[in-house]
Design a protein around this ligand. Structure first.
Ligand code: FE2
Length: 158
């Protein structure tokens, strides 16, 4: 196998910036999907049903965009790393506690976790502006959906 089996349309500098942005997005989204599933199973309280179902919307978005970001990485010649150990090391998400979680706590936790991922994502959008506008376009689409979900979780706190 050649050292670089996939030819990149980017220069080395562009590739470094863009590859880092995509790799970090992949691990954040994997973590977000695991966090939302953990909460989906463990939420209790009077708002159980709406929170339980809302969490699966986060899972679906996170999984779909994980694949999109990872496959954008492959398209520019970067090998994505979605291994559990890498997610633990590199994720910027806030995480979730173990055990049963009251619905109000789950809502607050989802607001925090989405915000943490969105904050780093917005940094990547800035960084890829000139490095690779095609990747930036994908990151903008991911941010738009995550910010929509962030609004919906905040609205439940009001
Ligand atoms: Fe379920």
């Amino acid at each position: 196998m050649p050292a670089k089996p996939i030819q990149s349309p980017l220069t080395d500098d562009q590739l470094r910036v863009t590859g880092d942005a995509l790799q970090q997005t992949v691990v954040d989204l994997i973590d977000l999907s695991l966090i939302a599933k953990q909460a989906h199973w463990n939420v209790v309280g009077s708002h159980f049903r709406s929170v339980h179902l809302g969490l699966d919307e986060v899972v679906a978005a996170a999984r779909e965009f994980t694949d999109a970001a990872a496959e954008r990485a492959t398209a520019i010649g970067v090998s994505p790393d979605g291994r559990a150990a890498t997610v633990v090391k590199e994720s910027s998400a806030a995480g979730v506690e173990d055990g049963w979680q009251p619905d109000t706590q789950v809502i607050a936790s989802m607001v925090d976790n989405l915000w943490a991922v969105i904050t780093r994502l917005r940094g990547h959008i800035e960084a890829t502006e000139t490095a690779d506008p095609v990747t930036q376009d994908l990151l903008i689409a991911i941010a738009a959906r995550l910010e929509q979900l962030h609004w919906m979780w905040q609205a439940q706190q009001a």
